[in-house]
Design a binder for this molecule. Structure first.
Ligand code: HEC
Length: 209
């Protein structure tokens, strides 16, 4: 086979593979938002809530239907405001009823049941995440995490706890039954996303840039 034929075959096969490759940050965004395909950036920016291109994953991480982005909303600096909560329909995944949430506290004050077995059992607000880029290194090791700074300081470990804590199908929170533990790769993608400009630039202070 002539050289140019080989080169042509290479181009036909390799170029689409490279150009369609999704970056780690985008993969993390998709997981965070609970989108099966991609996040619709335009609609997400417009509404302040994640909108998927195509279908939403009905059970992110095999869980109760909640995605990270249901409590950490792009339009609220990746936290969630009282106004936003008031605007959500009662069948929104945030209000999943099979867990040990206090629905009144959740609806009226945005307080979420935070459980770290043997350590924490209280109701806390979803903090914003726009500061993570400043507070954590690229590998996801942070100065401190959690509203009281009393949580694991590694973003991957934190994300695994978040899945178990908030996305479980039952209050027993049994791994691989009530939810699926994020793989090492998925964890990397989530971390890449949370410390990326896509999250940091959502900060209101940066809006005019
Ligand atoms: C049901 C709502 C809810 C869901 C779903 C949720 N979170 Fe959170 N998140 C919270 C709450 C509440 C806290 C505060 C926890 C604390 O203070 O201990 C928090 C805290 C965090 C923090 C710490 C931020 C900081 O600066 O201290 C990170 C990081 C985070 N969540 C990431 C995630 C990721 C990743 C997912 C998905 C795998 C996720 N969260 C899903 C409610 C939620």
């Amino acid at each position: 086979m002539k050289y140019w034929t080989l080169a042509a075959i290479f181009l036909v096969l390799a170029v689409p593979a490279v150009s369609s490759a999704e970056s780690s940050v985008r993969k993390g965004q998709r997981l965070f938002a609970g989108c099966l395909k991609k996040v619709d950036d335009k609609e997400t920016l417009k509404t302040g809530q994640f909108v998927c291109k195509g279908k939403r994953d009905p059970a992110p991480f095999g869980g109760n239907g909640r995605a990270c982005g249901d409590c950490h909303m792009p339009g609220d600096n990746f936290g969630i405001s009282a106004d936003r909560i008031a605007s959500l329909k009662s069948d929104h995944p945030l209000f999943f009823r099979g867990l040990d949430e206090d629905q009144k506290l959740l609806r009226n004050h945005g307080l979420v049941h935070v459980i770290v077995p043997g350590q924490i059992d209280e109701f806390r607000q979803s903090p914003k995440l726009v500061h993570l880029q400043e507070q954590c290194d690229k590998r996801g090791n942070c100065d401190s995490l959690g509203l009281l700074g009393d949580r694991v300081t590694n973003l991957c470990a934190f994300s695994i706890q978040a899945v178990s804590n908030h996305m479980s199908k039952s209050p027993r929170r049994i791994a691989e039954k009530d939810f699926r533990v994020p793989t090492e790769k998925e964890c990397k993608w989530l971390v890449a996303y949370m410390v990326s400009d896509l999250v940091a630039d959502q900060d209101e202070r940066n809006k005019k840039r």
